[in-house]
Design a protein around this ligand. Structure first.
Ligand code: PAF
Length: 284
C-alpha cells in the first residue's frame, strides 16, 4: 500500500492503471474511518482490481469553521486500518495541493443542493460536488463507492457524474449501523456516551415509519409525522428536519406511488448534528 500526497503522482498512477486495463475502485473519504467506510472498501476490493481510498477533510464543504476544526483527523490509524483491507493506494493530499492559491472554480448541482442538508448547511453540496469532481478527474475511477446514509450526497454525485460525463459507475452501499441502530458516522465520536445511546431514537423512529409504510401507509406527511412524534419523545434530541422525498429528484412527496422514496432526518444532540434515512420501495 502506498500513501500518495501529490495529485500529479496520483493522476499518473491512475493513467498507468487505465493503460493496463485494471478496474479501479475508488472510495472517497474524509478519514476518521469506521466500520461504514470499511464496508465500502470491502465492496470495492471485491469488485475492482485496484482499490484507491482518498482521505481528505475537504474545507469547502464545511460552512461552519468550528465543525471543520474539530473534525477528527488521524492518518496513521486510518492507514493502519486500510492496510488490513488490502487497499492499494491512499490518496491523502494537503489542502493546498487540491485548492492552490487563486482557486476559483466550483461545481454546483442545481435543484438538488438547496433542500434538506443544503438548507441547513449552505454551500455544503457545492463543496462536495467540487471535491468529487476534482477527485474523479485525478483518479478517473471505473467504480466509486458511497454510503446510502448520505442519500442527498449520493443524489448530487449521481447527477454531476451524469451531467459532466464521467465514465464512473456509482455504487450505493447500505448504511452500516451500531448495535443500537445508530447509523455509523465519524460524528458519533463527538457525542457524549449518554447521547450516543439516546441517538438510537433516530433509527427507531425511522423504523416505525417504515413499518407503517409496509402496512400500506403512502401519505408522506403522515409518515413524517410518525418520525417527528417518536423523536420528540427523546428530550435530548432536537429535530432539524424530517422529509419524505423522491429518492432521485429529492422533491417532497405527498403520496408515494411507484418511485422509490426516502424518509430523511437530521437531528441534533447538543452541538452534534446527525443524519439518517430509510429507503422505501413501493413495489415491495
Ligand atoms: O462523504 C464524505 O465523506 C465526503 O462528503 C466526501 C464524499 C468524501 C467528499 O469530501
Amino acid at each position: 500500500m502506498e500513501i500518495i500526497n501529490r495529485r500529479h503522482r496520483m493522476a499518473s498512477i491512475a493513467r498507468k492503471l487505465r493503460r493496463e486495463n485494471k478496474t479501479v475502485g475508488f472510495v472517497p473519504t474524509m478519514g476518521a474511518l469506521h466500520e461504514g467506510h470499511l464496508t465500502l472498501v470491502k465492496e470495492a476490493r471485491q469488485m475492482s482490481d485496484v482499490v484507491i481510498v482518498s482521505i481528505f477533510v475537504n474545507p469547502t464543504q464545511f460552512n461552519d469553521k468550528n465543525d471543520l476544526e474539530r473534525y477528527p483527523r488521524d492518518l496513521t490509524s486510518d492507514a493502519a486500518m486500510l492496510r488490513d483491507f488490502d487497499v492499494d493506494y491512499i490518496f491523502a493530499p494537503e489542502a493546498s495541493e487540491i485548492y492552490p492559491d487563486g482557486f476559483s472554480t466550483y461545481v454546483y448541482v442545481e435543484g438538488l443542493s438547496e433542500s434538506l442538508e443544503g438548507a441547513s448547511r449552505p454551500g455544503h453540496f457545492r463543496g462536495v460536488a467540487t471535491i468529487v469532481t476534482l477527485l474523479f478527474n485525478i483518479v478517473r475511477p471505473d467504480l466509486a463507492f458511497f454510503g446510502r446514509k448520505d442519500a442527498q450526497q449520493f443524489a448530487v454525485i449521481k447527477r454531476l457524474t451524469r451531467d459532466l460525463g464521467f465514465e464512473t459507475e456509482l455504487i450505493a452501499v447500505p448504511t452500516v449501523r451500531e448495535a443500537s441502530g445508530l447509523a455509523m458516522s465519524s460524528r458519533n465520536e463527538l457525542l457524549t456516551p449518554e447521547d450516543r445511546e439516546k441517538a438510537a431514537v433516530i433509527y427507531r423512529a425511522l423504523q416505525l415509519a417504515e413499518s407503517e409504510f409496509s402496512k400500506g401507509e403512502r401519505n408522506g406527511a403522515k409518515l413524517a409525522q410518525i418520525v417527528e412524534n417518536a423523536i420528540s419523545e427523546e428530550p435530548a434530541a432536537s429535530l432539524d428536519y424530517v422529509a419524505v422525498v423522491d429518492a432521485e429528484s429529492l422533491e417532497p412527496i405527498e403520496k408515494i406511488r411507484d418511485m422509490p422514496a426516502i424518509i430523511a432526518v437530521a437531528v441534533k444532540f447538543g452541538s452534534v448534528r446527525l443524519i439518517d434515512n430509510v429507503l422505501l420501495h413501493p413495489g415491495q
